[in-house]
Design a protein around this ligand. Structure first.
Ligand SMILES: *Cc1c(COP(=O)(O)O)cnc(C)c1O
Length: 370
């Protein structure tokens, strides 16, 4: 079976993990935690990075520290991973769902503008599958209306927009190091900002709101969102190899696009000024092809594929019967992600493409016959 993802732990991950273990600094104090944050800052060029225990709490911490409160509205794409929306609700704020663009599957900035009210406080820009939202338009819009931008960069570590890393455009950026993300620590996350005061607050709040100069004096409401030194040790080793991990993922993305150019599938578009991390290479199956049948047939050939996300406004916790977001709903119905891990070799990519083209041909013959 070829899986959608398998982490590549072939560098110094094991060595650093055992080093952290042997040092007995296995909890959230230890040199790897600090090193991971420092190395992340130098890699992304963002001034401040705070390590946390996963990408979901990274979002919650960021939203909380921006001061979101009940009654506030946050504009978020409905087509996203559920954590983007859940964490808004967890602050008491209200998620306001925006549609996506057909070309890049990301926030439709024109629609975002039409949703702004006098309760809107923030916009969550989710950079899905490694592509990046239209930050020129989004930043201009946020500036014009006095809104904060939160960037959910969980899928876009290594992606750049006019040469600049994601997570540095908005007030705050968040990352995930889950096992299938470009860099993994098992479970893990990061919050980034160029604002020194916000950075200090993020660090205090993730550690129970404890005053940094007075133990057990809690100056504000906090959480325990810390990462262990064990997890961070893996992150340090992963980050040492991020350039080669990304290079291989981009080669794989390119090979899929070339091989499948005449197959009728439509890849997520990336404009020239964006370099995608190619986190998961994703595409829309052609009209008239049943996605579920196609995925089952791929599985029959020993290839795991993954449906893209469902729209948040169509699932029970965030259900909105009155809402129709035609582009987002269409992508959610027709999108799949292909195996995209750096350990895939060219023959495997070719094998996956051949299998897919055969299945598409068969589907076409079936629809002609019908
Ligand atoms: C993975 C992911 C998250 C959450 O990260 P976890 O580390 O799994 O909590 C948030 N947003 C997006 C878009 C993601 O892909």
């Amino acid at each position: 079976m070829i899986y959608v993802y398998q982490p590549d732990l072939s560098g110094r991950e094991r060595e650093y993990l055992l080093d952290a273990f042997d040092s007995s600094w296995i909890s959230s104090k230890g040199e790897y935690v600090d090193r991971f944050a420092k190395n992340f800052e130098s890699y992304t060029g963002i001034k401040h990075a705070t390590v946390v225990s996963n990408g979901t709490v990274a979002l919650h911490l960021a939203l909380h520290c921006l001061g979101l409160a009940p009654g506030d509205e946050v504009i978020v794409p409905s087509f996203t991973y559920i954590a983007s929306v859940n964490t808004i609700v967890q602050t008491g704020a209200v998620p306001v769902f925006a549609d996506s663009n057909a070309h890049d599957w990301l926030l439709d900035v024109g629609h975002v503008e039409s949703l702004i009210t006098d309760r809107t406080r923030a916009i969550m820009a989710v950079h899905l599958y490694g592509a990046i939202c239209d930050m020129d338009s989004l930043c201009a819009l946020a500036e014009r209306y006095g809104l904060k931008i939160i960037e959910d960069c969980a899928e876009a570590l290594g992606s750049t927009y006019r040469g600049r890393h994601v997570g540095s455009f908005g007030a705050v950026g968040t990352f995930s190091f889950f096992g299938n993300k470009t860099v993994t620590t098992g479970e893990g996350g990061m919050v980034t900002t160029n604002d020194a005061a916000l950075a200090e607050r993020l660090t205090i709040v993730k550690g129970q709101g404890q005053d940094p100069s007075r133990r057990y004096w809690h100056s504000e409401l906090g959480f325990n969102y810390r990462m262990t030194n064990l997890a961070a040790s893996i992150g340090v080793a992963q980050l040492e190899r991020i350039d080669s991990i990304l290079a291989r993922k981009r080669e794989i993305g390119c090979r899929y696009r070339v091989n499948l150019v005449n197959s009728g599938v439509r890849f997520q578009d990336v404009p020239d000024h964006v370099v995608s991390s190619d986190w998961l290479v994703s595409l829309l199956v052609p009209d008239g092809v049943d996605r579920e049948v196609m995925m089952a047939e791929m599985e029959g050939s020993g290839i795991e594929t993954r449906p893209v996300f469902y729209c948040a406004h169509q699932m029970p916790p965030h259900f909105r019967a009155d809402l129709s977001l035609p582009v987002a709903q269409d992508i959610a119905q027709r999108g799949i992600s292909l195996p995209s891990y750096p350990g895939l070799d060219d023959d495997q990519v070719d094998f996956i493409c051949d299998a897919m083209m055969n299945i598409l041909q068969k589907a076409k013959r079936r629809s002609v016959a019908a």
